[in-house]
Write a protein that binds this ligand. Structure first.
Ligand code: NAD
Length: 285
């Protein structure tokens, strides 16, 4: 796969904007696609602000910022995925929605590698919605994408060695460290992380401690850079709930049962940073 290629990112939310930013910064031509024009506008603003921060820190030059922006197209037209060498799906963690999007992208994909950024869903099951399951793979970026080094790369049952090796190379080309894992619910990252976040929410619900106290214990006591509740707000509480539901259903163990308080916050629309309120409140939504 060429060092610089066309990449389509479908879904311009928390993850899609970071994935698009990272590929554009590394010289790829990116089409960032969403059904909601407002989300595309918001993604552009977020990418602009994050690039500005990189320039202020001396991590990027002004020319590199401008080149990144000129590599980025935002569009509501799914057909802009045509001709891409890599298509990355980053729509919400809903299997029916992901299947529908993958089916609609399939006629546009040609020989492209199609990757899902799913946090927990089985890659082998999602592959049932594409005609080239050998070209389908999980490419699980971490949030915030421009900063985090890890990409968990998930091999579905039918993923070819060629697809796996290409994706490992692409991830390295972005300055990331890819780690290959097999296709089990939640992979490694969320199978380990989500029970911790869920337990922190149970602590809050049962009155063990206030959010700040829970997070401080985990930061200072366990040397975590962020407490679990602040991290849940960053990930999105709806995303956390969806992942826990997948773990409980697909592994079949009630130890993954989502905390009722997490359900309540999601029902209230308190989804974390992206809505301005979760376990904490945030200035800008
Ligand atoms: P999000 O809710 O922030 O964004 C999803 C975007 O998809 C929205 O902009 C929405 O308008 C768009 N969308 C919905 N339907 C669409 C359609 N039919 N066509 C095009 N766009 C559509 O979600 P997110 O947090 O970015 O999560 C996306 C994926 O990444 C999920 O699978 C999630 O599990 C995974 N993920 C999330 C995180 C995280 O920290 N949030 C980390 C790793 C992986």
């Amino acid at each position: 796969m060429p060092d610089r290629m066309r990449v389509a990112v479908v879904g311009a939310g928390t993850m899609g904007n970071g994935i698009a930013h990272t590929f554009a910064q590394h010289g790829h031509q990116v089409a960032l696609i969403d059904i909601a024009a407002a989300q595309l506008e918001r993604a552009r603003q977020t990418i602009g602000a994050n690039l500005e921060r990189q320039v202020k820190k001396g991590a990027l030059t002004g020319e590199q910022r401008d080149a990144t922006l000129s590599n980025l197209e935002t569009t509501t037209e799914r057909e802009r995925a045509t001709g891409a060498g890599l298509i990355i799906e980053a729509v919400p963690e809903n299997p029916a929605l992901k299947a529908e999007i993958l089916r609609s992208l399939d006629p546009l994909a040609g020989d492209a590698i199609v990757a899902s950024n799913t946090s927990s869903l089985a890659i082998t099951s999602l592959a049932a919605s594409v005609s080239r399951p050998d070209r389908f793979i999980g490419m699980h970026f971490m949030n915030p994408v421009p900063v985090m080094k890890l990409v968990e790369v998930i091999r579905g049952l039918q993923t070819s060695d060629d697809t796996m090796n290409t994706v490992l190379d692409v991830a390295r080309g972005l300055g990331k460290t890819p780690v290959e894992v097999n296709d089990f619910a939640g992979f490694v990252s969320n199978r380990v992380l989500m029970p911790m976040i869920n337990e922190a929410v149970f602590c809050l619900m049962e009155g063990v401690a206030e959010p700040e106290a829970i997070d401080t214990v985990m930061k200072l006591g366990m040397n975590h850079p962020m407490g679990p509740l602040a991290l849940a707000d960053l990930i999105g509480l709806d995303t956390c709930l969806s992942i826990l539901e997948v773990l409980q259903r697909d592994i079949g163990d009630d130890k993954y049962r989502p905390c009722p308080l997490l359900r309540k916050y999601v029902a209230a629309g308190w989804l974390g940073r992206k809505t301005g309120r979760g376990f904490y409140t945030y200035e800008a939504a």
